[in-house]
Design a protein around this ligand. Structure first.
Ligand code: BG6
Length: 484
């Protein structure tokens, strides 16, 4: 049985707390997953937000929750566990000791959630420490972006490590909390038919794609400093790549899973210098039609000139026995044609052809694992076109739509991860070594992109990105498989 906890959100009035964290705790409460006696504290340095904290979070949560989740009576019970607290993160004053006193009178399990910019992580951890709040059962959750490059990530990790042990540091990547991403491991490691055909002997290439239809969403200043490579590839896409490519862990625990993921990151072939232009594409959205309406281009939305990429495509290789010569194509972008996250495993075609005229025209088998908007697993197989008398080979789809199958299926990644942090289960959180290895692979790409000739390719909003991204796959004799 999970123990009650105290959960302190630094940045309790910020977008992440209001949009994701508090609604996730409400869901957990409503579903009976939040242990009785648990408390949630949201900090702010504006007294009016502290005074009106419950009203503020209620209004925000009701605008983000689905209509069928909102139940006033349950919310009123839930909000009795929610408290606004005045804290100025960088100022060590009596408010910190007041919070420490409140926690001392509460639950043993303590979780501190850094929903703040990384620039204040260090000051915040120091004040948590100096006010005596780091008890034996205290943990800290840190949000991405963890750094800007390997060096800055190392500095942040070292600062946090002054106060918390590595096993008490929970680095969050919300993609790992998606039930559909969890299911990827179940699919791979419980179904022999996939695992036995999961290597360079059978697989031609793998595509991992996260496409979004949204633009800047009011995050212009953060996004323009980061860009798609740092915002999406260094974390979400590389984590998905690890789950697809890793060896089966010997156990389903944090140490085994993290060790296998790290081996994948360490085996990634570096893309450096002139190879960057050959193996990567960066794009930036221009005006176009997205979601049925006309939308402005990135620069117009930003209001200034910028070379920041809103689209990335990369051809990666994992230099190990299993994946030798199998390209992994990674792609992500904003203002693309559809919102979708999917993994396509494309198999090799038969080498001997018994059907007339089929040479060079064989349809490859594809395993399609769609993570969002629907969770689906599809296997594309070749069959005869039954409507014709003559033999005509056509692709047919074996389709498992898990969203339809589980009517009540609704995944809230933050809920899953916060419950895990509260239960002290780090399996779905990222180890410092993984962050480090991912940045080491990303840094040379960023460096090469800074050359003046490396400007992002413009692409119209509502498209699948720049032509150069299509060309990247054409060179390997394939094309992006957009299930949509
Ligand atoms: C976040 C990025 O980590 O993930 C956002 O900062 C992005 O830019 C978001 O929109 C995508 O997450 P999801 O769960 O909506 O696919």
């Amino acid at each position: 049985m999970q123990k009650p906890f105290d959960f302190v959100i630094f940045g309790g009035a910020g977008d992440l707390a209001l949009r994701k964290l508090i609604p996730a705790w409400y869901r957990a409460y409503r579903e009976g997953q939040m242990p009785k006696g648990s408390r949630i504290f949201g900090t702010s340095r504006k007294q009016e937000q502290v005074d009106g904290y419950r009203d503020m979070v209620r209004e925000a949560a009701f605008s983000f929750l689905r209509a069928d989740e909102i139940d006033n009576e349950t919310w009123e019970e839930f909000e009795q566990c929610v408290f606004g607290v005045y804290i100025n993160i960088t100022e060590n004053d009596e408010h910190w000791s007041n919070l420490a006193k409140t926690l001392d009178e509460g639950n043993e399990e303590r979780i501190f959630y850094m929903a703040t910019p990384p620039a204040v992580f260090s000051a915040c951890c120091k004040n948590i420490n100096d006010s005596g709040m780091i008890s034996e059962n205290a943990r800290v959750v840190v949000e991405k972006p963890l750094g800007y490059d390997a060096k800055s990530a190392e500095a942040i990790n070292s600062e946090i490590a002054q106060y918390f042990d590595e096993n008490a540091i929970f680095r969050i990547d919300h993609y790992l909390g998606k039930e559909t991403v969890q299911n990827l491991m179940a699919l791979r490691f419980t179904n022999c038919m996939f695992e036995h055909l999961w290597d360079s002997k059978s697989i031609d290439h793998v595509e991992i794609s996260i496409s979004e239809t949204v633009g800047l969403e009011g995050r212009a200043s953060f996004y323009d400093d980061a860009g798609a490579l740092r915002d999406m590839v260094q974390n979400h896409l590389m984590q998905l790549l690890c789950l697809v490519a890793m060896e089966p862990p010997s156990k389903l625990n944090a140490d085994s899973i993290r060790a296998e993921k790290l081996k994948v990151l360490d085996a990634l072939r570096p893309i450096v210098g002139d190879d960057v232009a050959i193996n990567t594409v960066r794009g930036q959205y221009a005006a176009g039609v997205s979601g049925g309406k006309e939308v402005a281009g990135y620069l117009e939305e930003l209001g200034k000139d910028s070379n920041t990429e809103t689209f990335v495509a990369i051809r990666a290789h994992i230099d190990n026995w299993r994946w030798s010569n199998v390209p992994f194509y990674l792609r992500t972008g904003k203002r693309l044609k559809q919102r979708c996250a999917e993994i396509i495993v494309q198999y090799k075609t038969p080498t001997h052809h018994i059907y007339p005229d089929s040479a060079g025209k064989m349809i490859p088998n594809r395993l399609v694992i769609q993570l969002q908007p629907d969770e689906r697993v599809q296997m594309i197989v070749t069959s005869n076109n039954l409507e014709k008398h003559e033999t005509e080979l056509v692709p047919s789809v074996l389709n498992l739509n898990l969203t339809d199958h589980y009517e009540k299926f609704y995944s809230d990644a933050y809920k899953r991860l916060m419950l895990d942090a509260a239960a002290n289960n780090p399996a779905l959180f990222i180890h410092r070594n993984e962050v480090d290895a991912a940045w080491k692979w990303i840094d040379p790409i960023i460096e090469a992109w800074q050359r003046p000739e490396n400007k992002p390719h413009p692409y119209p909003s509502g498209s699948w990105g720049p032509q150069a991204s299509e060309d990247l796959l054409k060179e390997g004799g394939c094309s992006w498989f957009n299930v949509g």
